[in-house]
Ligand binder design. Structure first.
Ligand SMILES: O=C(O)C(=O)C[C@H](O)[C@H](O)COP(=O)(O)O
Length: 215
């Protein structure tokens, strides 16, 4: 079976090292993709996870990738190989899944867009680990055990790092990032729905600046 290449690992590490905070972005209207992502970047974010939760996600990835070259632009909420292929074609530089199937893990090994697979248990981690994955999303972080779970994971898997996501907020991000096996944390608190809906891009940049300053 194919193993993950150094290129894939280095890309995922570069993404996770580029920004301690990874905004989980949902595009409800095609016009909001660019100003929202620009506001996040203006606030200091260097990694953008644009989800496929709405039908606008794929187009937004393509658009943002061209318009904002100084950020890593990736796809989130990818749950099938068909979606994986779509976001790869749209130019996604990385792919994040909420969970794993063996098929997605195997596809990720040979894909152009490296994969950060989502896991919530050690058994899922082990399936990815055996293919060479050493970086994982931990989702849903808070309900799957939070900080105590991550500390426990570091015992049998000291060489694995995580991007916990799910239930993390501005006031808890720092505690997660203090763990030696956490390189970045993700969440939706950086893109509150009311600010996005009203096009208050200045507020988004302020939330990012404040959240980075709190770390
Ligand atoms: O859509 C996905 O692919 C996911 O894995 C889910 C998101 O990462 C979490 O839903 C984050 O949401 P908050 O808990 O509000 O920060």
């Amino acid at each position: 079976m194919n193993q993950l290449s150094d290129f894939h690992r280095e890309r995922v590490q570069a993404v996770l090292n580029a920004s301690p905070l990874v905004p989980v972005i949902t595009i409800n209207h095609p016009d909001e993709a660019l100003p929202l992502c620009q506001a996040l970047v203006d606030g200091g974010i260097r990694v953008l996870e644009i989800t496929l939760r709405t039908p606008h996600g794929v187009k937004a990835i393509e658009q943002v990738r061209k318009a904002i070259p100084d950020a890593w632009v990736g796809a989130g909420t990818v749950t099938s190989i068909a979606q994986y292929r779509q976001v790869e074609a749209a130019g996604a530089q990385f792919v994040i899944t909420p969970g794993v199937t063996e098929a997605i893990l195997e596809f990720g090994v040979t894909s152009e867009a490296p994969l950060l697979p989502g896991i919530s248990t050690i058994s899922e981690l082990m399936v990815g680990y055996n293919l060479g994955y050493r970086e994982f999303k931990f989702f849903p972080a808070e309900v799957a055990g939070g900080i105590p779970a991550l500390k426990a994971f570091s015992g049998p898997f000291p060489d694995v790092t995580f991007c916990p996501t799910g239930g993390i907020r501005r006031n808890t991000a720092k505690d997660y990032l203090a763990l030696k096996n956490v390189s970045a944390v993700g969440g939706t608190w950086l893109t509150p729905g009311d600010a996005v809906a009203s096009g208050d891009w200045g507020q988004i940049s302020e939330i990012v600046r404040g959240s980075l300053a709190d770390l």
